[in-house]
Design a protein around this ligand. Structure first.
Ligand code: SAH
Length: 257
């Protein structure tokens, strides 16, 4: 397959849901692309354009999908690889880089660019106030790509050094148990009154935000559309009136011992 100078590959993220959380740059790329490549629900959220071809696939074939996109770009197509949220956060940018790393040398001279998007944890945090205001980490609970022992060890260490923790991919129909195991592990390390946030489908019509404590957190409220945020020892609630969920923030300052 010969490379043509007009081929191009954009790696984009459409944000957590609504169009107004999609960057203007991403909107412009979706208009310019001849081909969209991505997991079906993300691709189907993009506006339809006459002549634009959609290559939607299953969620578990990220590397194949990245290679397919690179092959099309090498053949002269203008391809957008579409993720939800930010493409660099548990999404397609890493798969595209991995495909280039292990792929033919010709892929290294292709015009490939990665464009930032709003990630789910940012949208969730904004709804609540500032729960990610202090040092935090993001952990994917999915063990499709790494052993559960690695996930558990990272959770344990993150809890021990008092990071605020954002959990992605907390549960799916194929993996209902992980979030139970994660809470059991965290309950052994962190205080029972630690703030826990379930931010489900943030920005979408079925959004549901729940603020609770580690002691009361009910894993049944968690599904694949949920980002779970677990506070650090200083994360605080500010109660509000009128049935609104409280504000939650993690202060930036920590007193010296
Ligand atoms: N690249 C995406 C994350 C992909 S992993 C991003 O930056 O947001 C998919 C996980 O993201 C889901 O299991 C869920 O944990 C989280 N997620 C995606 N959209 C969400 C939304 N609107 N509300 C809450 N969590 C969301």
């Amino acid at each position: 397959m010969s490379e043509t100078p007009n081929g191009r590959l954009w790696v984009i993220g459409t944000g957590p849901g609504p169009d107004h959380w999609m960057t203007p740059e991403t909107t412009a790329i979706l208009e310019a692309a001849t081909d969209l490549v991505g997991y079906l629900p993300y691709v189907s959220r993009c506006p339809e354009r006459p002549g634009q071809i959609r290559h939607a696939s299953d969620n578990r074939v990220e590397l194949d999908r990245a290679r397919h996109a690179l092959e099309m770009a090498a053949a002269g197509h203008r391809v957008a690889v579409v993720s939800g949220g930010d493409p660099g956060v548990f999404a397609m940018a890493a798969a595209v880089m991995e495909a280039i790393d292990h792929g033919p040398a010709t892929w290294r001279v292709l015009d490939v660019t990665v464009h930032p998007g709003v990630s789910a944890m940012q949208a969730a945090a904004a709804r609540l106030g500032a729960p990610l205001g202090a040092d935090f980490c993001a952990i994917s609970l999915s063990d499709n790509l790494k052993p559960w022992e690695v996930v558990a060890r990272r959770l344990e260490v993150a809890a021990m050094v008092d990071f605020v923790i954002a959990l992605y991919n907390p549960a799916s129909e194929a993996r209902p148990r992980q979030i139970y195991d994660a809470f059991a592990l965290l309950r052994g390390i962190k205080a029972p009154d630690t703030v826990v946030i379930f931010a489900r489908a943030v920005g979408r019509p079925d959004e549901r935000i729940t603020v609770t404590t580690l002691a009361d957190a009910d894993p049944r409220l968690v599904d694949m559309a949920t980002c779970v945020i677990i506070g650090n020892s200083a994360t605080r609630r500010i109660e509000r009136r009128g049935g609104q969920e409280p504000w939650v923030y993690s202060p930036r300052s920590i007193a010296a011992d």
